[in-house]
Design a protein around this ligand. Sequence first.
Ligand SMILES: C[S@@+](CC[C@H](N)C(=O)[O-])C[C@H]1O[C@@H](n2cnc3c(N)ncnc32)[C@H](O)[C@@H]1O
Length: 245
Amino acid sequence: MRFYRDYCREHFREHFGEHASMARPPILELGCGTGRITTPLLKAGHTVVGIDLSQSMLIRCTERLRWAGRRVQGSSLLIRGDMRSLPLGGPFGLILCPFNAFMHLYRHADVAACLGEVRRLLEPDQGRFLFDVQNPDLRWLLRDPKKRWARTRFKHPVTGKTMVYSTNHIYDAKRQLTHIKLYYDCPEDPSAASTVSLAHRQFFPQELRLLLQTNGFTIESEFGYFDGRPFESDSETQLLVCRPT
Ligand SMILES: C[S@@+](CC[C@H](N)C(=O)[O-])C[C@H]1O[C@@H](n2cnc3c(N)ncnc32)[C@H](O)[C@@H]1O
């Protein structure tokens, strides 16, 4: 099964490996999760500080780094922390916030706090901030929340049982929040089913650019896909490379 996120991950590595190579070490990754990006960056020889709010994500990240070997582990530091108030000093040559982690900043105050921290920690001249958020798609946002979408069968990597993935969401247009549910059903064993709930803030393109400008950032380049294609009206992603103004 090839999820969209796997596709993004591959291209993210390719495309932003370049930025990582040019940046003065170390790299700071906000919302590192289970280390899908952290690990390839470390394997490529970078020193990475990973921050995440979730202890369980960090435990899985630690496990993944242990598997990757001692050298990889030795050039990493994982910290439990909030990207709105970071428990560390800089400077960092590159700060990343990959795969929609920025969409967990639900209010303008959260965005301002996070961007303030990024500014505080970035190298003043050479430092760059790279992040991506979805490009809001009105047809997708207004999908029928009573239906299940994107049904996909796959084998559970540990139990080998056939699972069925599906998703739906409710869009709160006032707060620009999508309340998403990811369903993992197991037809042969209903007790193995699980549901994950999460909320994403939707950032409309002009709003996002104004937020960056008013919080002291200049956009250096922007892309609409992880393979480096330009940002257009119907792009899937808004991937921005910014520097402090
Ligand atoms: C969509 S996941 C992306 C994880 C990782 N970057 C990846 O590509 O696999 C978002 C991550 O951001 C973390 N997160 C959410 N809000 C956060 C906050 N305020 N500070 C730090 N991490 C946060 C979540 O715990 C989650 O691991």
